[in-house]
Design a protein around this ligand. Structure first.
Ligand code: KE4
Length: 435
């Protein structure tokens, strides 16, 4: 179906205005469309599975605020609970029972989490978990994996040194070498490199942090052998295994990736869904580790709006709805249909696409190479992804604005919405094949 780009003049004007007062016109770089070109859409409102831009254009929303909106936007139960909480005050600076209620929901959902501390972002959650691992073990070295993103924590804004055994190197100006010298970066799914590092430095490693199912290099699942080695080696050497489930928590099943995979990390990090669209992060895990957190223990961590009552109410309503009406089977079926449909359409168009998916998280990599880590993800034709992104956007389907992100199917989408997405994908891929 021939199509023309809808009018987006109001978004373009809003972007020019924003760039005068906000760096890059956005409050988080991923939103600036740098990876796909063009100007970002400014959103006027969202409802159910839809985003509406300032020019009134409607889009099926597969970004879902980068993960939180698993129920879709303006879910009646979340709106009702949040408004009710708001009328009791927005913030107290003192404990309230809503914090305990959400903590009990998280602990009930995830067997490895015996205690939990709330913060206000995923970054705070991972930063605190790293500090706690170092405080608990008395060791300094932390291990992460290339392509896994854990927020803008200084010690995790790091690239691999000259070898896996050397110090990490900052990958952003403003991060002193001292902040990353105790961070080692390995290739995801590289079991041999992990074993080599533990053989050389196992008694110095405080913790290993990873996204158990990676969303931040695009969707990349872990190899079973890699997951087994992570748990065995951290156990053997007294290091903590930290699952960053900020994206996967309550997304890939009510217990998140670790319950789906049958894994038991020592600490887990949360964000996104547990706030139901409000600023909430959390870290939790073994009680003997969590009791080292101040004021129960000596490891400092604090936050003015941690456990904010309005955010807690949104998180409680969201998790309660996920628990009482789990959408995961339908999300699996709809996401599988999208994967099969786009894979078929890419083959018909003669466009190489590798479609990676786990549950309702998925990524069409524009490459003919199987994608199992950052190096293979980078074989993707990012310019072609950018063209696909805009072809889909022009057909009313809003995908994540980068090849190296995961798309999120939401529970407010119907089978017709999925059919519409597949049709838009087929038309978009045919359009790509012509250039
Ligand atoms: P926040 O500080 O953005 O709440 O969470 C950081 C974070 C930690 N861990 C994982 C696995 C994450 O995915 C994130 C944040 N995800 C990105 C998108 N991939 C947020 C989008 C953005 O930065 O604007």
């Amino acid at each position: 179906m021939p199509h023309t780009s809808p009018n987006r003049a109001k978004s373009a004007a809003a972007f020019e205005r924003a760039k005068k007062v906000i760096p890059g016109g956005v409050n988080s770089p991923a939103r600036a469309f740098g990876a796909v070109g063009g100007s970002p859409l400014f959103i006027a409102r969202a409802d159910g599975p839809f985003l509406y831009d300032l020019d009134g254009n409607e889009y099926l929303d597969f970004i879902g605020s980068w993960g939180p909106m698993i129920l879709g936007h303006c879910h009646p139960k979340v709106v009702e609970a949040t408004v009710a909480a708001l009328k009791n005050g927005s913030s107290y600076g003192a404990p309230c029972e809503l914090e305990t209620q959400l903590a009990e929901l998280v602990i009930d959902a995830v067997p490895s989490v015996e205690m939990v501390r709330f913060v206000s972002s995923g970054t705070e959650a991972t930063m605190s978990a790293i500090r706690l691992a170092r405080g608990f073990t008395g060791r300094d070295l932390v291990v992460k994996f290339a392509g896994c993103y854990h927020g803008h924590v200084d010690s995790l804004l790091v690239s691999a040194g000259s070898s896996a055994l050397t110090h990490g190197v900052p990958n952003s100006p403003g991060v002193p070498a001292g902040c990353t010298q105790d961070t080692s970066v390995l290739r995801f799914n590289d079991t041999a490199a992990l074993a080599e590092l533990f053989a050389a430095k196992g008694d110095k490693i405080a913790g290993v942090i990873l996204e158990p199912i990676v969303g931040n290099m695009g969707l990349v699942p872990p190899a079973d052998e890699f997951r087994r080695a992570l748990r065995d080696l951290t156990h053997k050497h007294g290091a903590l295994l930290i699952y960053d489930e900020v994206m996967t928590g309550f997304r890939l099943g009510y217990g998140g990736a670790q319950v789906m995979l049958g894994d038991t990390p020592d600490l887990s990090c949360y964000g996104k869904i547990i706030g139901g669209g409000y600023p909430v992060g959390a870290y939790g895990g073994r009680a003997d580790v969590m009791r080292k957190v101040m004021p129960a223990g000596p490891v400092f961590q604090a936050g003015t709006l941690s456990g904010n009552p309005v955010a807690m109410a949104a998180g409680i309503a969201t998790l309660s709805e996920l628990k009482s009406n789990p959408p995961y089977e339908r999300l699996e079926q709809q996401s599988e249909r999208i994967g099969e449909g786009l894979t078929r359409a890419a083959a018909a168009a003669g466009v190489p696409v590798r479609f990676n998916r786990v549950g309702s998280m998925w990524t069409p990599f524009f490459t003919g190479t199987p994608v199992t880590d950052l190096d293979t993800a980078k074989t993707s034709d990012t310019a072609r992804f950018g063209r696909f992104f805009w072809e889909m956007m022009d057909r009313g389907v809003y995908l994540p604005c980068s090849q190296f992100e995961a798309a999120f199917t939401c529970a407010a989408m119907t089978d017709d919405h999925v059919t519409r997405t597949i049709r838009a994908g087929a038309e978009s891929l045919q359009a790509l094949a012509k250039v």
